[in-house]
Design a protein around this ligand. Structure first.
Ligand SMILES: [Zn+2]
Length: 265
């Protein structure tokens, strides 16, 4: 990490080929916006760059704490060439293996080759249109790339191929929540609630909030209660407690389903 004292030290100048994405910062653990970009690293005197110390690739710079990793640009470019070439080679060797295509797709994304990645996603989705996992994987990749329409096409295809698959249920459940239809959502998610090993409290929290937004507070409280039974630690979370109280107040509940707050509750 570059640093200057009294204007003397090293600093980055410039920002090329940025890739902005969301993720968790290694340093502050915050969930936010991360950026990869190329920059020049300079020795500076009174904040004036005097000696170029080489181009750098900045990796995962956090928008809140500015922490990041870096590596010499040449090394980064070499990694990119190697990873993409070997990916293409492997794909050429086994054109029928959608997993190779998905792996290459994610490597292209990591190295900011988005035009190529979009092309590969389209070709792979077409070639493996009958493969459930591929359609879900590519749909979720499109979603990350902010392509909701393309994502939704892939997800619909996956649901048609295997409507009973847990991923299909999940996609339809989340879709119904987004459509503010908690009753349909609850139907889609019911089989996932029973699958103990893959139980995901965030889905049911979304469902509870969806009931709450529709003023169906009794149903919301039922969901909150179920979440607490399965993941008791969640009651330590401030925003969870707040959400429960909103529905309890609106429903006129004389008691609360929340355990007594701890020291920091
Ligand atoms: Zn950070």
């Amino acid at each position: 990490m570059p640093m200057t004292i009294n204007g003397i030290g090293t600093q980055y100048y410039g920002r090329k080929n940025p890739r902005v994405y969301s993720g968790v910062c290694d340093s502050c653990q915050g969930n936010g916006t991360l950026t990869d970009y190329e920059t020049g690293h300079y020795f500076v005197v009174v904040f004036i760059p005097v000696i170029p110390l080489g181009r750098k690739q900045i990796i995962a710079e956090c928008s809140s704490c500015r922490c990041h990793r870096d590596m010499p640009l040449r090394q980064w470019e070499q990694m990119r060439e190697e990873s993409l070439n070997s990916g293409l080679e492997q794909l050429g060797d086994s054109m029928d293996d959608p997993e190779k295509a998905i792996e290459l797709l994610y490597n292209m994304t990591l190295f900011n080759q988005l035009d190529e990645a979009m092309e590969l996603a389209g070709v792979t989705a077409k070639q493996h249109a009958q493969d459930f996992d591929t359609m879900v994987n590519i749909g979720s990749w499109y979603e990350q790339q902010n392509q909701p329409e393309l994502a939704s096409n892939c997800f619909s295809a996956a649901i048609n191929l295997n409507p009973e698959h847990p991923s299909s249920k999940r996609i339809q459940g989340v879709q119904a929540i987004e459509d503010a239809n908690p009753i349909a959502a609850a139907q889609h998610l019911e089989s996932l609630r029973l699958a103990v090993a893959s139980y995901d409290p965030s889905l049911f929290y979304m469902l509870a909030i969806c009931y709450q937004d529709q003023s169906m507070h009794e149903k919301a409280i039922e969901e909150f209660k179920d979440i607490i039974q399965r993941t008791p630690d969640i009651t330590k979370d401030k925003s969870f407690r707040k959400a429960v109280r909103i529905s309890e107040k609106a429903a006129g509940s004389p008691t609360t389903i929340l355990p007594k707050a701890g020291l920091f509750g």
